[in-house]
Design a protein around this ligand. Structure first.
Ligand code: KG4
Ligand code: ZN
Length: 384
């Protein structure tokens, strides 16, 4: 079954063709980073306009790369939420119209569910390619950590009836951020220090030159659910370390310099960062990573689960990968990450998640619509 996936929840317009939820025939992602970088964050109105411009060429390119026409597609899967409403609507209306006009089944996918399926999809492809990787088995504790989300899920699968032996996936949210997402904190700290956008990748690279133990931010304390997250206090702690110091002037100089260069290299940027700045961001990164690892392992301990999945844009972070790998190895826990291209927003993960929904008979109709807020694995009575 060839599923065309469409994703437009934030600032990437993406389309992909995935065969049987297990093989990526094509995955195209049009990034809007150049549009938003001068603002240091995503501007929703600009994002919608960019999606409108990109959606048709991106879908066409996915079909071309997969060497198919739209008629060869067996079903369409679109992200229905959560995300920026204007952005979501572009992909959703486009996908819905395609499915209806082609007479093909349509299914809506939760963006977070897509990130979870990125792990399963990549693992299937690695195993099919004979790579020496273990099976990303379920149940698993999954950390979805990106620019918009930081949530822990208990993910399991059960076979449906014997007439239709397809896995039905179940998600239970164990915790989530109460304020900023981890990626958002990276982006805001990078904006404060004029390091560029998106902040995660640049802080990741520059932090290698800083001393991560130079600033002790302490552990992030949570009242109530210990599996919830909070990163706004840490972001403010960075602000307090910068305010009224030499680091402000340094950041302003960098901001002015950045306006004069098109694409600064990492070496250029590093040359314009004092050791104090490098130490500060390395310590900030370590505090974020430590918190993500600790809470995920606490979720593993309280649920008696043997597998850990880490996915979303921040899963690209090199320190995060290293610390998860080391800590899970110590505890004999298999840990799985998607490759960087599948960790950040893409449509292959939407097609893969949609495939399983289609297998168990889920279909969306003309009434399918976008939801800015769209919880996954939360009982209705628990929603606030
Ligand atoms: O999953 P994603 O593409 O979009 C959302 O669903 O939000 O994630 C984007 C986020 C951004 O905040 C970006 O700064 C962060 O992922 N990110 C990273 C790294 N690469 C991307 N954060 C830390 N380290 C990285 N290497
Ligand atoms: Zn995402």
């Amino acid at each position: 079954m060839l599923v065309l996936g469409i994703e437009s929840s934030c600032d990437e317009t993406a389309a992909a063709v995935v065969a049987n939820g297990a093989r990526i025939c094509a995955s195209v992602v049009a990034s809007q980073v150049l549009t938003h970088e001068k603002y240091g964050g995503v501007v929703p109105e600009l994002a919608s306009r960019e999606h409108l411009r990109a959606i048709e060429p991106v879908v066409d390119e996915a079909c071309q790369r997969a060497e198919i026409t739209l008629r060869d597609v067996d079903a369409v899967a679109v992200t229905e939420g959560p995300g920026l409403i204007g952005s979501l609507l572009v992909g959703l209306v486009y996908g819905k119209t395609l499915a209806l006009s082609l007479g093909k089944p349509l299914v809506g996918v939760n963006h977070l569910e897509g990130h979870i399926h990125a792990v399963l999809l990549e693992n299937k492809m690695d195993r099919a390619a004979g790579k020496p990787v273990g099976e990303a088995g379920l149940p698993a504790i999954t950390l979805v950590v990106s620019g918009g989300h930081t949530s822990l899920f208990y993910v399991s699968a059960a076979s449906t009836t014997t007439q239709q032996p397809a896995p039905q996936f179940h998600y239970r949210q164990l915790g989530q951020t109460r304020d900023d997402a981890a990626g958002e904190a990276f982006d805001k700290v990078a904006k404060l220090l004029a390091l560029g956008y998106p902040g995660g990748p640049v802080i990741d690279k520059l932090s290698r030159f800083g001393n991560a133990n130079s600033v002790d931010f302490g552990r992030i304390k949570m009242r109530g659910n210990p599996l919830d997250f909070s990163f706004s206090g840490l972001k403010t702690a960075v602000l307090y370390r910068v305010r009224g110091t030499e680091l402000v002037r340094e950041a302003e100089e960098r901001r002015a310099w950045r306006r004069t260069v098109n694409k600064p290299t990492l070496d250029d940027l590093r040359a314009r960062c004092s050791q104090a700045t490098l130490d500060l961001i390395a310590s900030f990164q370590q505090a974020v990573v430590q918190d993500l690892v600790e809470r995920t392992l606490a979720a593993v301990e309280s649920s008696n689960v043997a597998n850990v999945f880490v996915t979303g844009g921040v899963a690209c972070n090199s320190l995060l990968r290293r610390q998860f790998t080391d800590r899970c190895k110590d505890q004999g826990l298999p840990v799985f990450f998607p490759s960087p291209a599948l960790s950040t927003d893409n449509a292959a993960m939407i097609a893969a998640a949609g495939y399983y929904k289609l297998l168990v008979g889920e279909r969306a109709g003309v009434s399918l619509t976008a939801h800015a807020s769209f919880p996954l694995g939360v009982e209705k009575t628990q929603r606030v």
